[in-house]
Design a binder for this molecule. Structure first.
Ligand SMILES: [Fe+2]
Length: 397
């Protein structure tokens, strides 16, 4: 998506004969919006349609929690038990028709290949490193990376070390915000990142092995498994604008001002009816009368989910690394009592967080119910001295 790339061998022109040891290769045009959106062209040793066995279809089952009350929520995901792999271990927290947000702490590794056939993915790597092996080549990743995987990309995680991922899956497209790009697609001056910060696959390895290779494809609300008799990474070359890439949150250049900058200054990606933002360590507002932490706001048409990665979050009390706050639409929210006063004179923040604002309400899963602390909504309440709230929070917390 970000710019033209080419790896391996491709013929002089599109749609002409291209051979490997005399055998005509299979050309696959993989594109968006029919034949007018971004695309890549891949050259395969085998037809990508070739399957030796059609396996099981497993429908995706979402366990929804419909809370009795509408309120702000705080969930700590830090201690969720590892399970599954980098795909089957995704544990859904919240979702709507535009995005699904999951936490993944895999306990095992993938012994199959995966392809999301109905959506784009962004995986924020909170902990761990490794290589995302893909049909476009190997994509190394490390802590702090966003891995952006367009639909249709066959891949497999080869992790190094324990992994903790925050996963966004969307039936829409993940894009670089339009205002960051000029009419030709180049990222403009003033945008918080540049092409040099975007890392496409580093190396293409063409596999010629035969055997049995299961590929699990997310389609039509479930996972369909196919078995191939050849390694799915049989591409000798490709070129185009569609490929997986990484961008490190540590390469996001924060935009600061004399007075407070609103959340769009932190926008990293845009999706269909949602945005993903990165809150990074930065200098704070420098007007002598500035209040450096955010003003209260009523996000009347947004649901705001923030995942806390590291550092101290100035506008939140009692929020730990791995916690998520959810400020649903229809309610105001802002820093807890005393924090605005305390922030005056602060010059910088070390916070690191990932935010997802959706423009339509989010549903919650039973996992969100299990992690919900139940008392965060009272954290703006200051009872009279000696009193405690229902939730047991005292005014000095
Ligand atoms: Fe907010």
């Amino acid at each position: 998506m970000p710019f033209y790339q080419r790896l391996g061998d491709v013929p002089r022109k599109r749609h002409i004969q291209f051979r490997d040891n005399g055998t005509l290769l299979t050309e696959e045009v993989m594109g968006l919006e029919g034949f007018s959106g971004n695309e890549s062209i891949l050259y395969h040793l085998q037809s990508p349609c070739r399957v030796m066995q059609i396996g099981e279809f497993e429908p995706i089952v979402r366990e929804e929690w419909v809370p009795d009350t509408h309120q702000h929520r705080l969930m700590n995901t830090k201690e969720i038990a590892p399970e599954g792999d980098e795909v089957t271990g995704r544990r859904l927290l919240m979702w709507n028709n535009d995005v699904e947000i999951s936490i993944c702490r895999p306990s095992g590794t993938m012994d199959y290949f995966f392809r999301n056939g109905e959506g784009d993915e962004v995986i924020f790597v909170h902990e761990g490193s490794g290589t995302l092996e893909t049909i476009f080549g190997d994509l190394p990743y490390r802590e702090g990376d966003y891995i952006v995987i367009p639909r249709g990309t066959t891949y497999r995680f080869v992790p190094e070390g324990e992994q903790r991922h925050l996963v966004f899956e969307t039936p829409g497209l993940i894009e670089i915000p339009r205002r960051y790009r000029n009419q030709y697609g180049q990222i403009v001056e003033g945008a918080p990142y540049y092409h040099r910060d975007i890392h496409p696959p580093a190396q293409l390895n063409t596999h010629r092995e035969k055997g049995e290779f299961p590929v699990k494809v997310r389609v039509r609300g479930g996972y369909q498994t196919y078995v191939l008799d050849y390694h799915p990474f049989d591409v000798v070359g490709w070129d185009g604008y569609l490929f997986p890439w990484t961008f490190s949150i540590h390469d996001f250049e924060p935009i600061t001002g004399r007075i407070h900058q609103p959340p769009p200054a932190h926008q990293t990606f845009s999706g269909r009816n949602f945005v993903i933002c990165s809150f990074c360590p930065r200098k704070l507002d420098f007007d002598p009368l500035a209040v450096p932490i955010p003003y209260h706001h009523s996000n009347l048409q947004s649901e705001e989910m923030i995942y806390y990665v590291s550092g101290n979050f100035g506008s939140r009390k009692g929020v730990d690394v791995g916690s998520i706050t959810l400020h649903p639409s229809g309610l105001p929210h802002g820093p807890q009592p005393g924090l605005a006063e305390r922030s005056i004179g602060m010059h910088e923040t070390g916070e690191l967080a990932v935010m997802c604002d959706t423009f339509y309400p989010l549903k919650l899963s039973t996992l969100a119910r299990d992690l919900d602390d139940g008392k965060y909504a009272y954290s703006w309440y200051e009872p009279a001295a000696g009193e405690t709230t229902e939730a047991g929070l005292t005014s000095h917390l």
